[in-house]
Ligand binder design. Structure first.
Ligand code: C2E
Ligand code: MG
Ligand code: MG
Ligand code: MG
Length: 278
């Protein structure tokens, strides 16, 4: 009997492997086509100053609309794009698109709005990436200080020294740097100590539970805010969904808020309407 079930599980495993491989090949192929056919769009989600309740920035978030399969979330294809070496090309497109959009907003009178871009650490440490970035910036006449680069700490781990060097170069060029998803990585405090960053984004997982008095999240968030302020960093809370969460964060002097409570990520025309009534 044991042998039989062993055999069955082997069969199941191998079928599973086969399906996974097939799906992988299909996805790789789809991704290649998506780049060629420009199936990506950027959505923008507002970042709100919690003292003035005004939009001070937006985060650019990539969206992939597959012609047959529909919407594919970024976390389902960004890691694959990194693995296949497509991420640079995608991110170059993102940077171009953001810079052009930023320029358009400036012309329309919304100069104050900063734009945040997520950059994969694979790209960050790639030879020639930073100079390419600078070129695009100059072409669109965008000031680097109007852009914030978001880096996820989990992704930094593979090569901390290289990441530090890349971040320092970006800082020198005038970009703002934010540490994304703070609290979910492995050695957050090491990063805080060794990277020259401007902002900390507290991960949504902590914000989700701050209303619950029986959980630790509230105190963790409070301590992160205190720590960030002591280090002269700006704190951004991700994933604010309720008024109560917002209230608590304001009480604890969190600087910036982002989340569905304010707005989901939306197309550029929609965010523009929000700027108008800002
Ligand atoms: P992230 O940079 O931490 O982005 C925040 C994510 O949280 C976004 O998911 C956003 O839609 C979602 N979010 C914002 N507010 C709320 C909320 O109140 N509730 C909930 N449940 N979710 C909220 P999204 O767009 O699916 O992106 C997921 C991740 O994919 C991003 O996490 C980022 O790591 C990556 N990503 C997205 N766009 C890009 C990109 O252009 N380049 C790179 N390298 N990565 C990207
Ligand atoms: Mg981000
Ligand atoms: Mg985040
Ligand atoms: Mg996140």
């Amino acid at each position: 009997k044991a042998k039989e079930s062993g055999k069955n599980s082997y069969k199941f495993y191998s079928k599973d492997m086969y399906d996974k491989t097939l799906k992988y090949i299909e996805m790789s192929d789809d991704l290649r086509k998506a780049i060629e056919n420009k199936e990506f769009v950027l959505y923008y989600q507002p970042l709100i100053d919690l003292k003035t309740d005004k939009i001070v920035g937006v985060e650019a978030l990539i969206r992939w609309y597959h012609p047959q399969k529909g919407f594919i979330p970024p976390l389902d294809f960004i890691p694959l794009a990194e693995e296949l070496g497509y991420i640079d090309e995608i991110e170059e497109w993102i940077i171009e698109t953001v810079c052009r959009q930023k320029r358009e907003w400036e012309v329309k009178g919304f100069e104050q709005i900063k734009v945040s871009i997520n950059i994969s650490s694979t790209t960050l440490t790639k030879e020639g990436f930073i100079s390419k970035f600078e070129k695009i910036l100059n072409k669109c006449s965008i000031e680097s200080c109007k852009l914030e680069i978001e880096i996820t700490e989990t992704a930094l781990i593979s090569d901390l020294q290289q990441a530090i060097e890349a971040i320092n170069r970006l800082k020198k060029l005038g970009f703002s740097i934010a540490l994304d998803d703070f609290g979910t990585g492995y050695s957050s405090l090491t990063y805080l100590n060794r990277l020259s960053i401007d902002s900390l984004k507290i991960d949504r997982e902590f914000i989700r539970y701050i209303e619950d008095e029986n959980r630790n999240e509230r105190y963790i968030v409070q301590s992160i805010i205190k720590l960030a302020h002591d280090l002269k960093l700006r704190v951004i809370a991700e994933g604010i969904e309720t008024y109560r969460q917002l209230e608590l964060l304001k009480q604890k002097s969190c600087d910036i808020g982002q989340g569905y409570y304010f707005s989901k990520p939306v197309p550029s025309e929609e965010i523009e309407k929000m700027f108008t009534s800002n």
